[in-house]
Write a protein that binds this ligand. Structure first.
Ligand code: NAI
Ligand code: MG
Length: 345
């Protein structure tokens, strides 16, 4: 295959806050790695409002419609007010129903060793459909707040099948369905019901069990090694994936892939970190690991593997780490260390 033939058009969204800093580090690393992406840079979030008056400008949506592939920095969503979460809108727009969030111990000597868990979060249903409204009483316009969640059998089947197929394809032994069917009997009961039905199809190939979300949270702290693949509804997945990142060093270590039939968008689990934006100290690793997932998604496991080797060497051998991992490296120092390892491999 010639170099031009193997190029893959992809949308690149630097994002807000620490987004541009970590994206710059990641794209420089991908360049040295020889990643095949031809970037179409698009602005979103606050940068989108500034440039086009919309956190999701038409040009950004058109670009993803064309490339069906994006690497995305975090986008700031103003709390309250008129804007729906841009991330939720993107997931809905492209039917990105599966959110894959793997965590693995990469820095030895942390609270837990040998963590290797994949969380698969339903990405477009549940309480995040945000069918919400207030009811006014007297002169209080916000006297009552109401929200309805939606889970469909089709949606539950799609994501739970994705989890079982992921387990099969990646040699994993068990899928745990996490729910709150004891209280939200319809909303999350349907998820458990579908999980139990589908487990029969995979019997003998992938084991299945289930947990109530609060007990799961406790067990993830007490004995996380009992988990392999977790599949859960949107809100629980959001919360548990941050918890999981905490097992392996924090949000700086947690990548995510939003996958659907029409597109795939790769990003860090963390947000725009306004508290450290512009200081040059953000950890680019979560976004870099997301780029690794993106390489695997386009069939370049070879490059993903080389990238992972360089990351492990930098963290374990060179001991170059950003402040969130207890080190002193700046974002650019960390990127330079990775680039050195890739170049000398
Ligand atoms: P956050 O994830 O941005 O930050 C939480 C804490 O983790 C902060 O103390 C931050 O400094 C730290 N942190 C996050 N990423 C880090 C990194 N790479 N290196 C070192 N430290 C890091 O969550 P927060 O503050 O709740 O949200 C900020 C904004 O980001 C909000 O507008 C939110 O809506 C948005 N957000 C966007 C997401 C996305 O685009 N996928 C996901 C989550 C939040
Ligand atoms: Mg989250």
């Amino acid at each position: 295959m010639s170099a031009t033939q193997s190029r893959i058009p992809a949308t690149l969204i630097p994002g807000d806050g620490i987004g541009p800093e970590i994206m710059d580090a990641v794209t420089r690393i991908l360049e040295v790695l020889g990643a095949p992406f031809d970037w179409d840079v698009q602005q979103g979030g606050m940068a989108g409002i500034a440039s086009a008056g919309d956190p999701l400008p038409q040009a950004l949506l058109d670009s993803i419609r064309r490339t069906r592939l994006a690497l995305k920095g975090p986008l700031t969503t103003p709390v309250g007010g008129g804007f729906r979460s841009v991330n939720v809108r993107l997931r809905e727009e492209f039917h990105l129903y599966a959110n894959l969030r793997p965590v693995r111990t990469m820095v030895p000597g942390g609270r837990y060793e040998d963590i290797d868990i994949v969380l698969i979060r339903e990405n477009i249903e549940g309480l995040y459909v945000a069918f919400e409204h207030y009811i006014a009483i007297g002169d209080d316009p916000h006297a009552v707040a109401i929200s309805s969640g939606v889970n469909t059998r089709a949606g539950a089947e799609r994501i739970i099948r994705y989890a079982f197929e992921y387990a099969l394809a990646h040699g994993r032994k068990k899928v745990t369905v996490v729910h709150k069917a004891n209280v939200l009997k319809a909303l999350t009961g349907i998820f458990l019901e579908v999980g139990r039905d589908m487990a029969r199809e995979y019997e003998g190939r992938v084991a299945m069990d289930d947990r109530i979300v609060d007990a799961c949270a406790m067990q993830l702290v007490m004995n996380p090694w009992q988990y392999d693949v977790i599949v859960t509804t949107n809100l629980f997945g959001d919360i548990l994936s941050d918890l999981l990142s905490g097992l392996v060093g924090g949000l700086g270590m947690a990548p995510g892939a939003n996958i659907g039939e029409k597109a795939a968008i790769f990003e860090a689990v963390h947000g725009s970190a306004p508290d450290i934006a512009g200081k040059g100290i953000a950890n680019p690793l979560a976004l870099l690991l997301a780029a690794g997932l993106m390489l695997k998604h386009v069939g370049r496991d070879d490059l993903a593997q080389r990238l992972q080797v360089a990351i492990d060497q930098v963290l374990r051998v060179d001991g170059v780490r950003t402040a969130d991992l207890g080190g002193h490296a700046k974002t650019t120092d960390f990127a330079a260390a990775i680039i050195r390892r890739i170049a000398n491999a």
